[in-house]
Write a new protein. Structure first.
Length: 288
């Protein structure tokens, strides 16, 4: 009888100790996780490439000097800690999802939203590299609007879903007129037109400059701006985005995986959370 009571008391003591030690174990695991998670952010650096370091075992994928890939990877950033600012100079309501703000002005007209910001980045690269003849985008209606025709003085006449272009003003190839052209594109293009216009890409073929997209009204789109690979061929990527309302273009954290944040692993049809938006089934596209 005494032996049975002793065994019961011993079992009860073990259970109590195990229960009391749970918080200690959890605290130890939390501290270990914090210690093991690398800090990949260089707060003193002012480009995407130099702001974000590589996880152990990864190296950056090499691209040709002067390429769109290198242009994006070396894009200039504002000082670390800069806030995301809306087009009306107010602070965006959530400042917890980014590790950098790109040096891209935000027009006060409120037009430069998520797709528009990426259209601007691509167009400015083409402009700066004397590839102006490649600047052109489809309206949501499917009609193509090129910078060269706009610069010659052609403007769209829009009646419902019908669009025709007519020469209505003098030729003007200035940079100021280029930004007026972009404002026109912002008005009549978006995630839906880009989704319909651009080439779909599988995740295994992704590279810098490709975009994760959900076409629609509303939809969303983000752009890959850096890429690294390990010896097993596993790739990781950095992403930046504009947003709605029109606001500072920013380099996003990976809020789902702090062990590699701000790097992302990207897979076809996966659910991917980017800042405060979740892509339910990942699809990717590439500029022509």
């Amino acid at each position: 009888m005494k032996k049975g009571l002793l065994l019961l008391l011993l079992l009860f003591t073990i259970i109590v100790l195990a229960y009391q030690l749970k918080p200690v174990k959890k605290a130890i695991e939390t501290v270990s996780a914090v210690i093991e998670i690398p800090n990949l952010i260089d707060k003193d650096s002012l480009t995407i490439r130099s702001r974000v370091n590589l996880p152990i075992g990864f190296k950056r994928v090499v691209y040709k000097s002067g390429s769109f890939e290198e242009y994006l990877r070396n894009y200039k950033l504002k000082a670390f800690g800069s806030k995301i600012i809306n087009y009306d100079d107010t602070n965006y309501f959530w400042q917890g999802g980014h590790v950098g703000v790109l040096e891209i002005p935000v027009p006060k007209n409120g037009l430069q939203q998520c797709a528009d910001a990426l259209i601007r980045v691509r167009s400015e690269y083409l402009w700066d590299n004397n590839r102006k003849d490649e600047i052109g985008f489809n309206f949501t209606s499917g009609h193509y609007c090129s910078w060269l025709k706009y610069a010659e003085g052609y403007r769209p006449i829009i009646k419902g879903n019908k669009v025709t272009f007519h020469k209505t003003t003098n030729a003007n190839s200035s940079k100021d007129n280029f930004y007026k052209y972009l404002n026109l594109i912002y008005m009549y293009s978006g995630t839906l037109s880009l989704h319909n216009e651009l080439k779909p890409i599988e995740s295994k073929d992704l590279k810098i400059g490709d975009m994760l997209i959900k076409g629609g009204s509303p939809g969303h789109i983000v752009m890959i701006c850096d890429e690294a690979v390990n010896e097993n061929g596993e790739k990781i990527f950095l992403l930046f985005q504009g947003n709605t309302p029109a606001q500072s273009v920013h380099l996003v954290k990976n809020i789902e995986d702090s062990t590699i944040s701000p790097w992302y692993q990207l897979k076809d049809d996966a659910q991917i959370s980017v800042s405060n938006y979740t892509f339910g089934s990942a699809k990717f596209v590439r500029f022509k």
